[in-house]
Design a protein around this ligand. Structure first.
Ligand code: AMP
Length: 229
């Protein structure tokens, strides 16, 4: 059967959208590994810049800490730079957390051109009360970035990473006020993208309230139904 998305002929350009705390990061690496495509999280790119103390990192920091979106043009330039380095032969990619506004979505389309469109766009939908519990209880390894949860996925030794024993920390934007601001920003700026991609006929909606493994299975099953090569 002919593949709808043949990543060796035309890029499998997966977009992951969903509220903060939906589990996009976890699913991103699983999907990208399965289909052997490069992936990036715009949030991670910003955190890398912040860690390195670059001009971009310093600018982004004040938005990130208060849970607001970094201005579009800054974000678009940063992600386009990543794409230029990682999608040279248009063989596909996965973006986690970008686009987050309609302007970012149109900038991405423009950059890809007519022959290499965006899709599928996977929308992980999770109930709001679940998101607050997930985000405020999240703890992240300072070294390897592995993520834990104080209730649903606690580390074996309190405050220490299971994988590398480094100290676990709470992301600055996982405190209650920042979480509220991030959810507001999502509702206001990013939720319109669900409708945007639905109308383009590339949206796959996934129920993200289930376990990580079940969500992965549901995503893979949906992609398999598209006959991704
Ligand atoms: P995340 O790790 O995806 O939750 O992103 C952390 C923070 O980085 C967000 O709260 C924003 O401040 C910033 N950020 C990440 N991606 C974007 C984006 N596509 N547009 C604007 N800001 C972003």
């Amino acid at each position: 059967m002919k593949a709808l998305f043949d990543k060796d002929v035309i890029g499998l350009n997966i977009i992951l959208i969903g509220p903060p705390g939906a589990g996009k990061g976890t699913q991103a690496s699983l999907i990208a590994n399965k289909y052997d495509i490069p992936f990036v999280s715009s949030g991670d790119l910003f955190r890398d810049h912040r860690k390195l103390g670059t001009e971009l990192g310093l600018l982004a920091e004040k938005y990130m800490n208060s849970g607001q979106l970094v201005p579009d043009q800054v974000t678009i330039n940063m992600v386009m730079d990543w794409l230029a380095k990682n999608n040279g032969n248009n063989s596909g990619f996965l973006l986690d957390g970008f686009p987050r506004t309609v302007d970012q979505a149109t900038a991405l389309e423009k950059a890809l051109g007519d022959k290499n469109s965006v899709g599928p766009s996977i929308y992980i939908n999770v109930d709001q009360d679940q998101l607050i519990i997930r985000l405020t209880g999240r703890r992240v390894c300072m070294d390897c970035q592995l993520s834990f949860h104080i209730h649903s996925n606690p580390p074996i030794h309190e405050g220490k990473c299971d994988k590398c024993s480094a100290t676990l920390t709470q992301r600055e934007d996982d405190n209650f006020d920042a979480v509220r601001a991030r959810l507001d920003a999502y509702k206001h700026n990013t939720e319109p993208l669900v409708d945007y991609y639905f109308k383009k006929n590339v949206l796959i909606e996934i129920n993200g309230n289930k376990t990580i493994d079940q969500v992965s299975l549901d995503i893979i099953e949906s992609l398999d139904r598209l006959n991704v090569n």
